[in-house]
Each structure stands twice: as C-alpha cells, then as structure tokens.
Design a protein around this ligand. Sequence first.
Ligand code: B16
Ligand code: MG
Length: 220
Amino acid sequence: MIKGLIFDLDGVITDTAEYHYLAWKSLAKKLDIKIDREFNEQLKGISRMDSLDLILKHGNKENEYTEEDKLKLAAQKNEEYQTYIEKITSDDLLPGIELLLKEAKEKEMGMALASASKNGPKIIKQLGIDDLFKGTVVDPASLKAGKPAPEIFLKGAELLGIEPNECIGLEDAEAGVESINAAGIFSVGVGSKSAMAKADYIVESTKELTLNDILNQAQK
Ligand code: B16
Ligand code: MG
C-alpha cells in the first residue's frame, strides 16, 4: 500500500530552472563562457558544484580554477540565485501541484522532499507549503552521492518512516528518475516520453498529475 510521496522540487513543485539559468549565465559571462537555455537542460537536477564543473568544461576552462576558486564562484552564483527566489510566492506552484498536495494531506499521506537544492527549505517556505514537509526534507549536504544514486530517495522514505515500496517518487530529470528506480520506488516522470523513458508512469506536465491516477498506477 502506498503511504507516502517523495517530491523533487525544481520542475515538479515549482520551476526554479529559469532562475538557476539566469544566475549561471551571469557568472559564466564574467568567466567569458557562453551558455544558452539548451545547455541549461543538462544542469537540471545536478548539484551546484557539479553544475559549475559542467559550465567550466563547456568553456574549456576546467583546469583554470582551484577548488577554493570554484567554491567562491559557486557562492557568487548562489547569491544572485537567492535574489530571484526571494520573489517566489504560492502563485509559483506548478499547475496541479496545489491540489495534489491538498489531496495527499487529506488522505494523511506522508510527504518528503528529495531535492538536490540546498535552497529547498527556503523555497518551500516561500511557496507556503513548508508545513507539509516538517522534518521530511532530505538535506542534500548529508548525501554521499547525489542523483542518480538512490540515496536521496531512500533517505526520503526513511524520514517518512516507511518502506521504499510504500512510496511514490516524482521527478522531472532523467538522473532523478534513475535515482527513484534504483531506490526500488515507483517513479512518476514529468516531461516528454523520450526524456522520461525510464519512469514507471509518465505525464507530460504537472497539470496531468492527479493523486488518484498515480496511486492507481503504482498499485496496479
Ligand atoms: P542549489 P532539484 C536542483 O533542484 C536543480 O534542478 C539544479 O539545477 C540545481 O543546480 C540543484 O538543485 C542545486 O541547487 O544551488 O540551490 O543547491 O531538481 O533537485 O529540486
Ligand atoms: Mg528537478
């Protein structure tokens, strides 16, 4: 029986990808590296430091910075990113998510957050949904390995006090779907059929996500 939902944040609950893009783009410009929205697709679900490494590689500058320099660059990006997320409100919940969370709460299902973002707690507060995730936000800094490793979703199940086969995981990134699958959790992928090919159940957008459908699919 399904007792809990484990959510990715960016691309499932809200769309912060554009803000990450704007902040990375301005940092990249300072480093004389050009990135576009297509390149940004690769950064979805990827941790801050891994994203920076991909950007430096993209500009053939991967050997020009020490670890200390990179920490400073990532901090600069995060400072700009935080100015964008300050403006997030409950209006920024993706379509269908408010109802899904409401129905899950009514059914007394557990809800956990499995986001690679260290800004996750701040973002869910801005969205006005932090009460639903009390004590169930996985700390990405505590992980030995990020997505696609299963650890983040396994920790989500652990925080909910339930088994992986009693959970549904929701993701919009390929690495995220792989992480859910490797954890032995039923995976719901939000996105195109090709990008989400490995998911157990696919919806093209959060608009199509309903609690009934995902429960029915997971309990088939
Ligand atoms: P931060 P998710 C991910 O969120 C983003 O998709 C990714 O672009 C970002 O680099 C990562 O969080 C880390 O974010 O810099 O705020 O720690 O999709 O895992 O919810
Ligand atoms: Mg995501």
